[in-house]
Write a new protein. Structure first.
Lengths: 315, 435
């Protein structure tokens, strides 16, 4: 019996246990090396961090905040402002979902929104990021004026067809165009059902004056020959926590603009801030051609109870 | 045997007519290049396009070019693979037209770009969600296959011509030697070439269908009235066969007359090509009826505006000329055998080809002119699109390039396959030369 068990043990063990031990040893060795390396590496990082005790500096950030920074942790940024703005412009403003409400019952076709917009974006008088259209849904209903800009669709057909990623949708809902990238194929214009896009067919307005200026993707200026341009929801103003150019310029309280995540929109004329969902619900808000599935970020309030006579536009 | 070789290589020489014709094309090319330089300098504003009609002559011309290039596939692959022997003398003409139009189609699209210097961005920043990328891919593929289908079947011909050079222009000799790839009619060589051509003939069918289907999707993938159609792919493909067949018939007529090929491009070939044209024109007519009657019956608001503009509005004259003189009357005429003789068939084909070009204009411009929302507060030239002279010159530039390519290919290489023609008559030209 004794012999048997011994021999049994002998038969099983020598090969198997030695292989197991070998693997175990390798595993231990590996773990040890990894742990050691990790310790050395973190120690190294700690030493480097400790060393960063130059003098502290007080700096003013781009959004006007004073911050204190260790001088050794400061590093120079890329000095190409166009590139900086292009990178920033791709990201969008964190936590925001911009939305616009246009109250058609208040629009008297003052067209101040248009001039403010054209001024800000260096557009010629016949170039519109925003246009007021004289609408009449059928012969029996009353005519009205409808400001129409880019609808900043959540399912934008223009972005889908762009071959070079020049036009893109940001996290905060804004659809922008990188005019340093645009090849001028105009597929986006063909795809947009709202005719929101324009093209720089000829030399842009005041082209000579803006020569050499850094390109600001959030403002689309300086405008570039042979590329697309359109409404940007005044992305530059959004970044400064201000209302868009058109919204602030309206004398009749037509426009509301704000953040859907906060559920709050502010009227550009009265500066009154309202709950977005309630405004839409109480006033029978609608979107332009929702059947196309584009999911616009611009809402319209119907032209009811107007307190002024309709005046047809002159041209 | 000798007669076939000398008949089919007779046109390969640089005569006075060639220099006059090329000189004319060259001068026209320079004039039109000047127009393009104007466009490069001042932007697309030199054209009649504006923010409403933002795709104009160039894009409709692009569609026409892609359409015309499709014929290579119909003649060589479809008719060739089902064993139609009579197409043999026409295949090279069809492939030449395919290669010329496909090559220039790529340039036409560059002419339409607002920023042609950023062409490389299409590859650097390629977004494959965009149908433009698909179009670039399939047109390149189609061009390569068509080019090979022009080149490979020519190898035995060039070997024959190299060995029995005669009084062809001397500098062509090394070209033929290089391109004939040391062909000496071995069974192994024959096997390889036959198999390669067979594979290419099969490959070119999906490639050809893709180029025009994807081109139609550039329009059908939008929501605009007149483009928002599920049959746009087959509608474009059938229209392409009409345009291409007409182009081949016209080319056949010119080669037959100028290159004295009456014995090889006979009445039979014209008669049969006429039948092919009738067939594809009937298919196209069928798609036309679908394309206009289905929305026309329902008359959704935007569709109603579009159809009214086409049939009784601004575009009515072109529309009815294209449909009646470019499609309906040609179909009826070609049903008669007498009308399928070379001269009448060529005249009919010219009407069909002209109609096909204007048809592309009618597909692109009216839809652009009537977007969903009203066009207001813009100058008059935004509302009504009128091509400018510069724009027309740049469009002509593309046609001149096609003519130059076709002329060069047909002047330096046999227009009609020599070995295949001889084989069809039970002769073997290489053997007869060696013996």
């Amino acid at each position: 019996m004794d012999e048997n068990t011994v021999s049994n043990g002998n038969e099983q063990d020598p090969s198997k246990s030695s292989r197991r031990n070998f693997l175990k040893n390798i595993g231990l060795l590996g773990a040890g090396v990894t742990a050691g390396a990790a310790a050395l590496y973190s120690g190294d990082i700690f030493e480097k961090k400790k060393a960063a005790t130059g003098e502290s500096r007080v700096l003013l950030t781009q959004d006007n905040k004073l911050v204190e920074v260790d001088s050794l942790e400061m590093k120079a940024l890329a000095t190409n402002p166009t590139k900086m703005m292009l990178e920033k412009g791709r990201e969008g403003i964190p936590g925001k979902r911009w939305a616009m409400v246009i109250d058609l019952s208040k629009c008297r076709n003052a067209r101040r929104c248009i001039t403010a917009c054209q001024e800000a974006h260096q557009l010629k008088p016949e170039q519109y990021h925003l246009n007021t259209l004289q609408m009449q849904d059928n012969a029996e209903t009353a005519p009205y004026h409808m400001p129409k800009n880019c609808q900043h669709c959540d399912n934008p057909p223009c972005v889908a067809v762009c071959p070079v990623d020049a036009t893109y949708k940001r996290g905060d809902g804004i659809v922008l165009i990188d005019n340093e990238r645009c090849i001028g194929c105009r597929f986006c214009m063909a795809a947009c059902p709202y005719s929101a896009r324009i093209f720089q067919w000829t030399t842009p307005k005041d082209a000579g004056k803006h020569n050499g200026e850094a390109y600001n993707v959030e403002l689309n200026v300086p405008q570039k020959l042979g590329t697309i341009s359109k409404c940007l929801f005044s992305a530059d103003r959004c970044r400064d926590e201000k209302l868009p150019y058109c919204v602030s310029a309206c004398p009749n309280g037509v426009y509301y603009f704000g953040d859907e995540n906060e559920d709050a929109v502010t009227n550009g004329t009265t500066k009154e801030t309202l709950r977005l969902s309630k405004l839409l619900r109480d006033n029978g808000a609608y979107q332009l051609m929702p059947e196309l599935g584009t999911k616009p970020r611009v809402y319209y309030l119907p032209p009811k109870n107007r307190l002024f006579p309709f005046e047809p536009s002159t041209d | 045997m000798e007669k076939i070789i000398s008949d089919l290589s007779h046109h390969i020489r640089l005569n006075k007519g060639f220099f006059l014709w090329m000189g004319f094309l060259g001068l026209a090319l320079i004039a039109c290049l000047y127009a393009y330089i104007q466009q490069l300098r001042y932007g697309l504003g030199v054209t009649g396009m504006r923010d409403v009609v933002s795709w104009g002559l160039y894009i409709s011309n692009f569609v026409f070019f892609v359409a015309s290039s499709l014929i290579g596939m119909l003649i060589s692959a479809v008719l060739g693979l089902i064993g139609m022997k009579w197409v043999h003398p026409i295949t090279r003409i069809a492939e030449t037209i395919a290669v010329a139009f496909a090559a220039v189609a790529g340039l036409v699209i560059v002419m339409d770009m607002g920023r042609p210097e950023r062409l490389a961005y299409v590859f650097m920043y390629a977004r494959f969600q965009s149908p433009i990328l698909w179009d670039v891919t399939v047109i390149t593929t189609y061009f390569v296959i068509s080019f090979l289908l022009l080149l490979l079947p020519m190898i035995p011909d060039l070997a024959v011509l190299y060995k029995r050079f005669g009084n062809l222009p001397g500098w062509l000799k090394p070209v033929y030697k290089a391109l004939s790839l040391n062909w000496c009619n071995l069974p192994e060589q024959n096997r390889i070439i036959r198999r390669s051509i067979y594979i290419l003939l099969i490959l070119i069918i999906p490639a050809a269908l893709s180029i025009h289907t994807v081109t139609s999707w550039l329009f059908a993938f939008t929501t605009r009235s007149g483009w928002d159609s599920t049959i746009f792919g087959p509608y474009f493909v059938s229209g392409a066969f009409v345009a291409g067949t007409a182009a081949v018939i016209i080319a056949m007529f010119f080669f037959r007359k100028n290159y004295k090929l009456q014995d090889y491009l006979t009445d039979l070939h014209f008669n049969n090509m006429g039948k092919v044209l009738v067939l594809v024109a009937f298919v196209y007519l069928y798609f036309n009826i679908n394309e206009y009657l289905v929305p026309g019956y329902k008359l959704k608001r935007a569709d109603a505006v579009h159809l009214r503009e086409l049939m009784s509005g601004q575009f009515a004259l072109i529309f009815w000329l294209v449909q009646v003189c470019g499609l309906l009357i040609p179909i009826i005429m070609m049903l008669f055998r007498r009308m399928r003789k070379p001269l009448p068939l060529t005249i009919i084909s010219a009407a069909v080809l002209l109609g096909a070009w204007f048809k592309r204009y009618l597909i692109v411009i009216p839809t652009m002119s009537h977007p969903f929302l009203p066009v207001q507060h813009v100058p008059e030239n935004f509302k009504v699109y009128t091509p400018t002279l510069t724009e027309i010159a740049i469009t002509l530039l593309s046609f001149i390039l096609v003519l130059i390519i076709i002329t060069l290919i047909s002047k330096f290489f046999p227009v009609i396959p020599i070995v295949e023609t001889a084989n069809d008559k039970g002769l073997d030209p290489l053997k007869s030369i060696e013996s």
